[in-house]
Design a protein. Structure first.
Length: 183
């Protein structure tokens, strides 16, 4: 299973990916988690990423693409992966396609979790991570609209996009995602 969980910040990508990992035995690859780990470890990559993350901006494409390239090289991705938070720009999506074409393992499906902006702000304020303050959340939503939304058209044109209602009960959302997975 090679899928992308796509959606605005706080749409539930991370939450739903964890539930899929338990049953499908493929790794969840979250660029947000990988970047936060790099920041916590004080690596050079982490230092490059921190200011963008604090401001709710995207980390530079070349940094994130390099990180994903290394991660997809690891043996646990042989049976598939769930990408969570990547790609987030057209350059990232094109780089991903190139990487996976070389491996002969293209993305099969892109699940778009659709959630209202006001619900997103409430969820993230409740979570209260370092980048979950109202100003940064609004900026992350703007960044999503401007830089990430174009991917909807990109994947629709590839015939891979499935929109899923991401509002309401987490188990009900999980069931809708499973119904949209490749068979
Ligand atoms: P992420 O870590 O991806 O943060 P996120 O977009 O907020 O998503 P997250 O996975 O944490 O939240 P989720 O939707 O699961 O990115 C953080 C930053 O890293 C970015 O701003 C950027 O700077 C950088 N970054 C990451 N990837 C990048 C990339 N590819 N390129 C460049 N920069 C990148 O859900 C959030 C909350 O909602 C949780 O608290 C959860 O409990 C709650 N929730 C989920 N489902 C719910 C439901 N049904 N009902 C109620 N609450 C729910």
């Amino acid at each position: 299973m090679r899928i992308v969980l796509f959606g605005a910040p706080g749409s539930g990508k991370g939450t739903q990916a964890e539930k899929l990992v338990e049953d499908f035995g493929v790794p969840q690859i979250s660029t947000g988690d990988l970047l936060r780990a790099a920041v916590a470890d004080g690596t050079e990559l982490g230092r490059k990423a921190k200011s963008a993350m604090d401001a709710g901006e995207l980390v530079a494409d070349e940094v994130v693409i390099g990180m994903i390239r290394d991660r997809l090289d690891e043996p646990d991705t042989a049976n598939g992966f769930i990408l969570d938070g990547f790609p987030r720009s057209l350059a990232q999506a094109e780089a991903l396609d190139t990487m996976l074409e070389k491996l002969g393992r293209p993305v099969q499906r892109v699940i778009h979790l659709e959630v209202d902006n006001e619900e997103i702000v409430q969820r993230l304020l409740e979570r209260g991570r370092a980048d979950d303050n109202e100003d940064t959340i609004r900026n992350r939503l703007d960044v999503f609209d401007n830089q990430t939304q174009p991917l909807i058209e990109y994947y629709r044109n590839q015939g891979k996009l499935e929109a899923v209602d991401g509002m309401g009960d987490m188990d009900a959302i999980q069931a809708r995602i499973r119904a949209a997975l490749p068979s």
